[in-house]
Design a protein around this ligand. Structure first.
Ligand code: ACO
Length: 330
């Protein structure tokens, strides 16, 4: 998509974060790690953990209802509901259908989109496409993740990184040229094994041995992911700025996927965006996978860092591998 008029805008944002906080000190009591190591290597100080009875559906429901309320809409106004999650409550039916039922959006059609941490940006492009094709006037995008249930709490290299939560946005037709200016997304399945949950699906169904070996939990090659994340997000970010006819100076704020402060700093450096124009909240929540960007947008608006006319650059990277960037005028 190159340098064209915006067709879709985000008309409301929201977030839901569970109350329970797990600090780095809590993790020190669980695995061989330290608050100093986690802060220095990742920037994370604490993360939220959902209670056992609360899954992706309930967190998504809370975020979805809040977004609709802010937009002044009722659930029956939703034409299409897209849910992004790597942690569905159940494998069938889709989380989207369960969220649809929970919020009473009876008129819409609902589907899941799985692109791990990049899910939100992929979904935003789908929403934009539905609006451009005149299939919808109102698309609700919900990103909801209970990362704590797929985290291997014995693996210190990954368990310090993740947290739970949800974000939602309402996407509607652009009114005065505001909205998505350019998006660019990619994937590379050749590198799927760098970040995966090997067992629990069709190829390696769960059995006692696989459960014992925690093969159904997240496995990650951290340093490889790190390098790929920086390179890919920086390239995608530069491309969407160029396609929108903009440069780094035009960007009021970058809201990147929140995985590691060093990934964010390196990406910002490559994209030539100073850190005072980069939104960071990973110290409070860790990596909430696809929910990091909508949660970040919602907080940045609340803090007055995004307002009408702001140019917002979003970049994401995740399992798949998947990555992408979107630039929009608020
Ligand atoms: N506490 C203490 N020591 C640790 C911990 C820990 N929690 N984890 C690893 N170490 C040790 C390692 O064992 C290693 O020790 P050694 O030198 O004796 O072998 C040492 O620290 C360095 O390990 P590295 O893996 O090289 O550390 P690195 O600086 O790469 O940081 C990290 C690891 C934080 C995982 C980093 O690679 C990273 O953030 N990668 C990206 C992963 C990610 O974000 N994944 C999420 C999904 S994709 C996405 O959202 C972008």
């Amino acid at each position: 998509m190159n340098n064209r008029k915006a067709v879709a805008r985000i008309s409301a944002t929201s977030r839901f974060l569970p109350d329970q906080i797990m600090t780095n000190a809590d993790l020190e009591r669980m695995v061989d790690t330290s608050d100093a190591w986690i802060r220095e290597r990742t920037g994370i100080r604490e993360r939220r953990i959902a209670p056992p009875e609360m899954g992706a559906v309930q967190m998504g429901e809370r975020a979805a209802n809040a977004a609709l309320e802010k937009a002044g809409l009722s659930p029956s106004d939703v034409d299409i509901l897209i849910v992004t999650t790597a942690t569905p409550d159940r494998l069938l039916p889709s989380t989207a259908c369960e969220v649809q039922s929970a919020i009473g959006a009876s008129r819409c059609f609902a589907y899941d989109l799985q692109a791990a941490c990049t899910g939100f940006l992929y979904a935003l492009s789908c929403a934009e496409g539905h609006i451009a094709a005149r299939q919808a006037e109102t698309v609700l995008v919900v990103a909801t993740e209970k990362m704590s249930v797929i985290t291997n709490w014995e693996d210190r290299a990954s368990c310090v990184l993740f947290g739970d939560g949800a974000g939602a946005v309402v996407v509607q037709p652009s009114l005065n040229g505001e909205g998505v200016l350019s998006s660019h997304h990619s994937s590379n399945g050749d590198l799927a094994s760098l970040l995966q949950r090997p067992a629990g699906g069709g190829r390696l169904p769960l059995n006692e041995e696989r459960l014992r070996n925690q093969e159904h939990m997240l496995q990650m090659s951290g340093p490889e992911i790190f390098k790929a994340a920086v390179k890919s997000m920086a390239k995608a970010g530069s491309k969407v700025m160029k396609d929108a006819g903009m440069c780094a100076d035009d960007v009021d704020i970058m809201v990147p996927h929140q995985a590691n402060i060093r990934i964010i700093e390196s990406t910002a450096r490559y994209a030539r965006i100073p850190m005072d124009r980069v939104f960071v909240n990973l110290q409070h929540y860790g990596n909430i996978s696809s929910a990091t960007i909508p949660v970040g947008l919602d907080e940045a608006i609340e803090e007055g860092r995004i307002g009408p006319g702001s140019v917002v650059l979003m970049t994401a990277f995740g399992a798949g591998l998947t990555w992408g960037a979107t630039i929009m005028r608020w």
